[in-house]
Design a protein around this ligand. Structure first.
Ligand code: RRO
Length: 310
């Protein structure tokens, strides 16, 4: 079967890559993804200056997924821009650069610099970090998103995308879609970031499992799969001129298939990659190929977005 994907003028050998935040903070980790079976690479969300992030423990895996409150630890924007400068684009694995300034001005500063650098990487602007104490997720404030996108598209004229938080109400899907559709330069939306401010409890210790925010953190993995699929499908229908990148709960070829059936152009692997390591890419690709063979599909276009309703 043919797993290749062409989108945004990029050619990918397959639709899988890492979710921002997982295996992408250092050059060593980024190179691990780049030299794996993944079809693309995305960097850890960055701020203009390096950040150490929240106190540890700040990530915990459970049988159903993960909870994290990393607090945006990153090596600083220039580190990732320099990686993007020396990146071997001609090898055919697109690079995405995730930006998550603490303020709109920080995002604008990084985007201005990125525009001037004229690189082949594409920005994914993170509108949805759930783990900064005292800072609401921008994606839940539609007016603020609209204003941010207005200014972002003034300073950055190339194709770009946004990472969205999960939405849980059909009215909110429609309202956010109306905001996003006003910006033709916005070419993709990544759905979803972690489900913010969940609480995992360890019964033996009668305790929370991560230190920041008294245990509250973003949920990923199997906990979030149905929410991720709903967000992918709704935005696929509501944003006909944009791509949806699926992220949330992909542990095997079956969940990758579900995301693409719901409309995802490509998909990202977070919790599963964190737990399994880069071998997850080849395994999930093998499983997706086997499922397609079993169903008689030759390429992803044969089933993308073709979810049936009753
Ligand atoms: O670093 C984090 O705490 C983090 C970020 Br920026 C994000 O967007 N999503 C997440 O689950 N963790």
């Amino acid at each position: 079967v043919d797993l290749s994907v062409s989108w945004l003028g990029l050619a990918m050998a397959n639709p899988l890559y890492n979710a921002s935040g997982v295996m992408c903070r250092s050059v060593a980790e980024l190179e691990q993804v780049r030299t794996s079976a993944a079809g693309a690479v995305i960097t850890k969300s960055c701020t203009p200056q390096p950040r150490v992030g929240n106190p540890e423990p700040r990530y915990c895996a459970t049988p159903l997924g993960s909870i994290n409150s990393m607090g945006l630890p990153n090596a600083g924007y220039p580190y990732y821009r320099d990686y993007a400068r020396s990146y071997p684009y001609a090898a055919g694995k697109p690079l995405f650069l995730s930006l998550s300034g603490m303020t709109l001005d920080e995002n604008l500063d990084m985007l201005r610099d990125l525009a001037a650098a004229e690189l082949l990487c594409l920005p994914e602007v993170n509108l949805s970090c759930p783990n900064l104490p005292g800072k609401p997720q921008l994606g839940y404030d539609f007016q603020a998103c609209s204003e941010a996108l207005t200014q972002i598209t003034r300073v950055y004229q190339g194709p770009f995308g946004v990472k969205l938080p999960p939405y849980f109400d059909q009215v909110h899907f429609a309202q956010m879609a109306a905001v996003l559709n006003a910006f033709p330069g916005l070419r993709f939306v990544t759905c979803i970031n972690s489900i913010g401010n969940g609480l995992v409890i360890d019964v033996e210790r009668e305790s929370v499992v991560i230190k920041p925010k008294d245990g509250l953190g973003g949920l990923g993995g199997s906990y979030v799969l149905p929410t991720a699929l709903a967000n992918v499908r709704e935005f696929y229908r509501l944003l006909p001129d944009k791509h949806v990148v699926g992220c949330g709960g992909i542990n095997s070829g079956r969940e990758a298939f579900m995301h693409i059936l719901a409309g995802a152009t490509v998909v990202q692997i977070g919790s599963c990659l964190y737990e399994e390591g880069e071998g997850a890419f080849a395994r999930i690709l093998d499983e997706l190929s086997a499922l397609m063979v079993q169903k008689g599909y030759q390429r992803l276009d044969d089933f993308r977005g073709k979810l049936k309703t009753l």
